[in-house]
Unconditional design. Structure first.
Length: 245
């Protein structure tokens, strides 16, 4: 038996590196997956268990439409992965511009809030569910760039713990995942190779993760294998936080 047989999952930001790998891994493990993003996946998903749904996580209306659709077609939602995220200007706090700040807050923080507000009532009613919020090592530690990114990822870490406390009595679990450097466009295209190599040099394994290595951590949190975990932060960072310098 597969680990997510018959489960209904939503994965946001699923046209990107980590989200796509997560949607595909969940489908391989037997889930029906609503793979959502503001941009179409390219190439499209090959697995018929994955349904693409165009969806801006910063829009409350878009969340309502997604939840209505998933409940109408599948009857329930078992797993929510709030994965969509952006870096914005990645400027330090002294140079950050308000427009970029507001957009990063809207996508990285308001997005997971709206997602949980839309989905958790259904999970609580059914007394089962797993929510995974994608934070970052920059939710735990800091470097000298990415003020808004740090602010949102730290807030997501703490919002996760709050939601876990609220929903624990209803057997709904809420955890965060904290990736280190992952081989996806924000790192491979947007981040300077110098910054990447400094971070990798400060990690125990000294290499980037592949997106599927994050997807497997999400699979663990989504499945019953992690049944006694809630409010926790799963660090998947090649030992960056352990080494610390
Ligand atoms: N790549 C890394 O090294 C790394 C490290 C730590 C944390 N993360 C986090 O992992 C998550 C996924 O990142 P990734 O590396 O796969 O990036 P990515 O850019 O490959 O994927 C992110 C996806 O989110 C989508 N998106 C952006 N704004 C959206 C919106 N408003 N609504 C819906 N979708 C939207 C994008 O279109 C994109 O497909 C993000 O939350 C990111 O902050 C990534």
């Amino acid at each position: 038996m597969s680990r997510l047989d018959g489960k209904i999952a939503i994965v946001t930001g699923a046209s990107g590196g980590i989200g796509r790998a997560t949607a595909e891994t969940f489908a391989e493990e037997g889930a029906i997956v609503y793979a959502t993003d503001v941009t179409e996946p390219s190439p499209g998903f090959a697995d018929a268990r994955i349904r693409f749904f165009k969806h801006d996580v910063a829009s409350a209306e878009a969340w309502d439409q997604l939840v209505v659709e998933a409940i109408a077609r599948c009857g329930r939602i078992d797993i929510l992965v709030n994965n969509a995220g952006i870096g914005g200007s990645m400027a330090p706090v002294t140079d950050e511009n308000l427009e970029s700040w507001d957009r990063v807050i809207a996508v990285n923080l308001t997005g997971p809030f709206l997602g949980m507000r839309a989905v958790l009532p259904h999970m609580r009613e059914r007394k089962t569910g797993s929510v995974i919020n994608v934070s970052s090592i920059w939710g735990n530690a800091a470097v000298a760039f990415g003020a808004a990114y740090h602010a949102t990822k730290g807030a997501v870490r703490q919002l996760t713990k709050h939601a876990a406390v609220v929903c624990g009595p209803d057997n709904v679990r809420v955890n965060s995942v904290h990736p280190g450097v992952v081989a996806t466009p924000p790192v491979l295209v947007a981040q300077s190779p110098e910054a990447t190599s400094v971070i990798l040099g400060a990690s125990a394994l000294g290499r980037m993760a592949q997106p599927v290595e994050l997807a497997r951590a999400m699979l663990f949190l989504a499945s019953d294998d992690s049944g006694f975990m809630t409010g926790s932060e799963l660090v998947v960072d090649g030992g960056y936080l352990a080494k610390g310098s």
